[in-house]
Write a protein that binds this ligand. Sequence first.
Ligand code: NAD
Length: 309
Amino acid sequence: MTAVEQGARVAFLGLGHMGLPMARNLKSAGYDVVGFDVSQTAMQAANEAGVETASSGPDAAATARVVITMFQTGAQVLAAYSGRDGVDGLVDVAKPGTLFIDCSTISVDEAREAHTLAEVAGHRALDAPVSGGVVGAENATLAFMVGGGDEDFEAARPLLEAMGRRVVHCGGDGLGQAAKVCNNMILAVSQIAVAEAFVLGERLGLTHQALFDVASNASGKCWALTTNCPVPGPVPTSPANRDYQPGFAGSLMAKDLGLAERAIESTGVDAKLGLMAREIYKEFAEGQGANQDFSGIINTVRAASGDRL
Ligand code: NAD
């Protein structure tokens, strides 16, 4: 398959927080984008942003060389690919050899199922979840983690580079999602560890700045400390300085850790900390943390530590 160059017809399905700015960037880069979303509000926003829309997902897919999906869940992706409730499946209506790229964050197993659905119907498929959030989607600075064949990856590269800054081929089917889930498990565990260390430091009489100055230049250094510092002050741009407005919301971290849990269970890995992080963020997201940045977990640690000096 040759590279998907400017001018190619791209169906972009799922025009939500991430999808709409990504579709807009593709259009600005010269692709012939046609979008669709089941939400009327999202469709209106797309029209206002100048993105052409179709009357259904299958209508958009039928004319495209590439079909990108950016939904919330794996169940939505699989339902759209295979069709249901009288709606045609995307893989049934697309032209043979269409390249399907799913950018949603879903489980590795669901991603592999999506690959199979597309490939059995005579198409090509990649899983390409992203990191970088809405800001990354708007500024075309997303990182793409891609799973699928070499040739399909190379074909998709120019298209993905129009929406992102880093595009990494992680291996075969589902391995983009595998990379995403592993990375986010590291992030969750390290954010909790940094939060616990600051609360412990407070109880021992250490200032936040002193702990930061030491740990950020020592072996405790990590993104959760140096970029997403959970206390106000040492890193002025971290969410702690704006009352934990996200950033990366607790609900999204809880969702991603749910996918990690599924992967841990299906592989039998003894990931004690990953599973504990899953429990901690599930509780956080069910309470006040749903709409807070996930670094707000420090307040949970403080509250659970009582008021002993
Ligand atoms: P969102 O809910 O804003 O957007 C998803 C959109 O998909 C919705 O507008 C929904 O109506 C639409 N949709 C669902 N089924 C559809 C169908 N069959 N056809 C057409 N449209 C359909 O979600 P989001 O924040 O844009 O996130 C999308 C994905 O990206 C999620 O999997 C999320 O985990 C992942 N992600 C999000 C962020 C973030 O910061 N928001 C960061 C990285 C990854």
